[in-house]
Design a protein around this ligand. Structure first.
Ligand code: IVH
Length: 696
């Protein structure tokens, strides 16, 4: 009897899967031309995990399953750079660029040369060492001579290959920049604010802070990415910088989305303006352009000063800032009740948009910057969308400015603020306060949560003010007649809203958990909890130990979940939602996706189920059932008396599962912890997730 899960077959399959996953990573991250869906990608990864779990001897350090390491580190090792990581000379002046070109020309006398212009990424410099194609070490710049070994953290960045393509040099030290994506940064800061933590000042700080984390599992949650633009030690020579860039791409490494090759410095000057215009189209913060001599064989002749090379220079753009009047400081209530002070500004033009509001993060920040109402302030765009108040123009103070008094503003709004131990943020104490309730209902109905179309802010206002709704559970008791009594509702719109509310009862568990508004539990954590526990009741049973053992949850989130569910109010809410018929199990239709992307052919008879039943199980888990065997078939499930299909499978080298192996596969799939899988899925889907951010 052929058992496909013997060690030789498993080895073959793991190798094939790894090559496939690497190829898809490259298509997705480097070439931006994915061939398969995220679901199919996840299915490949899941299959690899299943095999590696069963045959632990097959796990290799470069396996895509090994991106998120085990235990937190005690500290970072200091590593000496084989080739020092020197920095670049900076200038804000185009005249100085012309002078730079003059110096290059003089040093090279009659030799011909050209330039390459690249965006200057405002991130954290990194050096990766690949030996025989395998990523062996990642080191930060540090003081230029020695840096920190952050390999475990770097491996969590999915666009960084753990293994390069076959034609990569034996030794390749590649240098580049790790950055936090601007969208990811905005989202992360929102979440931090919600959790009562300090917001990061800008994506670069957030990136540097992330790389300093000792727990790679934490780093895996941060939206980090990287591009490469230079070399340290390398066993191959590249004639030009352009050749280096195209080779890096061939090896599977990402480079900047755009660069220009220019014959003359005058061309560079013109391109620098064009580059500045493109600023917002890059996923990273760009603070200038880097001009490099293209011919690498001239680098030796040109040499370096102690600090920087003579063959390259950085031109920096002035940061985009604007001055305006801070008219008022209001308070925004977050989904879990965090109170965020917001600057109401005299509208001002900044990087192509009109800015009217800016976040002030929290009370401490206002005090630290001594921001007062009536001040002239400098605003800057920190991330893509969030403008921030950088500083006060104190020389323009008239003496009429008034300090912000958080307590007084709260009092005027009839809000009692409370502060939790260790948090900087104030929170609203009374979760039934109409302002809080409105915020909660809007969030409960939002796209990432229960997705109730037609239940936006203005409708919520009416429901709370006029129908006296007190809880999201009240939505499910609402009648069409009640809605018809409200201004703005007619027969059709009332009917539609009632329908949408009814339909929301079938939302998957992950969304329901997210909609509950558990402090510290965003969309990602909600999905992890749903996958792990499978039902709300199982989650309700969990103790702190169970919760904090789940990858990506940890003690703080775990405690927050416990506190939330321990409250009588939450219990009452849950029971009311349950009575209304809201789905509290993994997925309304029992549909899951463990077998997504896999095609099965069923043949012969099985003891434990009919072919039809087996087909149903496969489909329920996201797999596909086909009637004929081809090279695209992943498994042939062969019961007793299997005939020609089994033969065909043997000819085409398609894996054959007998009944027990098939059941084992189903069992394994079910038993596989979803944790690391989720980390992948979340990060690959991040771009598509509706932004659950605040209202800027
Ligand atoms: S080339 C010998 N190219 O900016 C130094 N650096 O301010 C070679 N940076 O140290 C560096 N984008 O960390 C280079 N396209 C780019 C860059 C870039 C950002 C960083 C890098 C460098 C710093 C200098």
């Amino acid at each position: 009897m052929s058992n496909p899960l013997n060690s030789t077959a498993a080895r073959k399959e793991t190798e094939k899967l790894r090559t496939e996953i690497e190829r898809h990573n490259r298509l997705y991250y480097v070439e931006a031309a994915p061939e398969i869906s995220d679901r199919e990608y996840d299915a490949l990864l899941k299959r690899l995990e299943v095999l590696e779990k069963q045959f632990s001897e097959l796990v290799t350090p470069d396996s895509p399953t090994q991106r998120v390491g085990g235990e937190p580190l005690k500290g970072f090792q200091n590593v000496r750079h084989t080739v020092p990581m020197i920095s670049l000379a900076n200038t804000y002046s185009k005249d100085e660029l012309v002078e730079f070109d003059g110096r290059v020309r003089k040093l090279l006398s009659d030799t011909e040369y050209t330039y390459v212009l690249e965006p200057k990424i405002d991130g954290v410099a990194i050096s990766l060492r690949y030996e025989d194609g395998l990523l062996v070490r990642a080191v930060t710049r540090g003081d230029g001579t020695t840096g920190d070994d952050v390999t475990a953290n770097i491996k969590t960045i999915r666009s960084i290959p753990l293994r390069l393509s076959k034609d990569a040099p034996d030794v390749l030290e590649v240098r580049g920049e790790v950055y936090m994506t601007r969208n990811g940064f905005a989202k992360l800061n929102d979440e931090r604010q919600e959790a009562g933590l300090d917001a990061f000042a800008n994506p670069r700080n957030a990136c540097a802070g992330s790389l300093k984390q000792l727990d790679p599992r934490e780093v895996a949650k941060r939206p980090l990415d990287a591009v490469f633009y230079g070399l340290g030690e390398c066993s191959t020579n590249f004639e030009t910088h352009e050749q280096l860039l195209s080779s890096l791409t061939n090896y599977g490494l990402r480079i900047t989305p755009q660069y220009w090759s220019c014959a003359e410095i005058s061309e560079i000057l013109a391109k620098l303006d064009a580059l500045e215009e493109m600023k917002s189209s890059f996923p990273f913060e760009m603070d200038g352009g880097v001009i490099k001599v293209n011919q690498r064989d001239l680098y030796e002749t040109l040499g370096s000063t102690a600090k920087s090379p003579r063959w390259a220079v950085a031109y920096k753009y002035e940061p985009e800032q604007a001055e305006t009047l801070l008219k008022e400081i209001t308070i925004q209530i977050g989904r879990t009740g965090v109170l965020t002070p917001v600057a109401e500004l005299e509208p001002v033009q900044l990087s192509g948009t009109v800015v009217k509001r800016a976040t002030l993060h929290n009370e401490d920040e206002i005090k630290r910057k001594d921001i007062r109402i009536g001040d002239r302030v400098i605003v800057e765009k920190a991330g893509e969308i969030i403008p921030a108040v950088v500083r006060v123009v104190t020389e323009k103070r008239t003496g009429k400015e008034t300090p912000f008094d958080m307590q007084a503003v709260c009092k005027a709004l009839d809000i009692a603020p409370v502060k939790r131990e260790g948090e900087v943020a104030w929170r609203i104490a009374d979760l039934h306060h109409p302002a809080m309730l409105k915020r909660w209902l809007t969030y409960f109905a939002s796209r990432g949560a229960m997705d109730i179309a037609g239940l936006g802010e203005s409708v919520v206002e009416q429901l709370v003010d006029e129908l006296d709704l007190k809880s999201p559970a009240d939505l499910y008791d609402m009648t069409k007649e009640q809605l018809l009594g409200l201004e703005r509702f007619a027969e059709k719109s009332a009917q539609n809203l009632i329908h949408a509310i009814e339909a929301s009862k079938q939302q998957p568990l992950a969304r329901v958990l997210f909609a509950l508004g558990i402090p510290h539990v965003g969309a990602g954590a909600a999905r992890i909890l749903a996958d792990h526990f499978g039902s709300l009741d199982a989650l309700l049973e969990a103790d702190l130990e169970t919760l904090q053992d789940i990858r990506d949850i940890g003690p703080i989130v775990g405690q927050s979940i416990l506190d939330f569910f321990a409250s009588d109010e939450t219990r009452r809410l849950i029971e009311r939602l349950r009575a209304a018929g809201v789905n509290f199990a993994q997925s309304a239709g029992g549909q899951t996706d463990e077998l997504a992307g896999l095609t099965f052919v069923l043949t012969g008879t099985m003891e434990s189920m009919t072919r039809e039943e087996a087909g149903e199980v496969i489909q329920q888990r996201g797999g596909t059932v086909s009637s004929s065997v081809s090279k695209n078939t992943d498994y042939v499930v062969a019961g007793e008396k299997a005939g020609s299909k089994r033969k065909k499978a043997e000819e085409l080298d398609v894996k054959i599962l007998d009944e027990s192996a098939f059941l084992e596969l189903l069992g394994n799939v079910e038993a596989t912890p979803p944790s690391s899988q989720n980390a992948t899925r979340t990060s690959r889907l991040q771009k598509k997730d509706p932004d659950q951010g605040e209202l800027f």
